[in-house]
Design a protein around this ligand. Sequence first.
Ligand code: 13P
Length: 248
Amino acid sequence: MRRSLIMGNWKMNGSLQEGQQLASALAAGLGDVQQEVAVCVPFIYLSEISKVLAGSAIALGAQNVADQASGAYTGEISAAMLADIGIKYALVGHSERRSYYGDTDQSVANRFVQAIKQNVIPVLCVGETLAEREGNKTFQVIDEQLDTVIATAGIEAFSKAVIAYEPVWAIGTGKTASDEQAQEVHHYIRQRIAGVHPEIAEKLQILYGGSVKPDNAKALFAMPDIDGGLVGGASLDANGFLQICHSV
Ligand code: 13P
């Protein structure tokens, strides 16, 4: 049985003080849960938020990680630096990185490899745009995004990774994929991995992201191949995010 994982992505929001208040409300309100809970916070706040979350069951993630190990890469943050301060997860290939900052399937694969090398768990984000869905290209896009990472990192690396399916048309739009639409793609992703390595596929956590809210989380998380959520906007509200965490 796979453990569920509920992950917040704060994106580029809030001040340090607001982040500390949010983290402390989450730590105080989570209680005893079976599922894993994490928040991906802006790089610059990771150290301070980790102090607030110390002793709680909530893990920390970064929202990106460099595609190189170290060296002359001004402005980048390496996986070793994240590991150094105890960060458990790093998002790689979030659609906002792909569309606004030029991340390619190959650079995403390189980031994934860097995270794996430092024992930071990469959360590989994949998903199609609205035009791709309407052009019946959803599975082709997923294949391309996954296959580059499998070819670069090797399938074994997926035993220490998480995948997040985030249809671009559902991010921040209030349009959630229906439970069936999300399940269909999650199942497809698991089958694709199973085609290479069935045991890894069976254990792989696949999260759904895209307008997850307290009122739709339960039905999404009840689908057989949906192992939790990657939550943007709704993770900025402590009560709402806690409700989502308890929807498993
Ligand atoms: P929203 O939940 O705001 O749609 O964002 C989803 C997302 O991009 C999480 O990474």
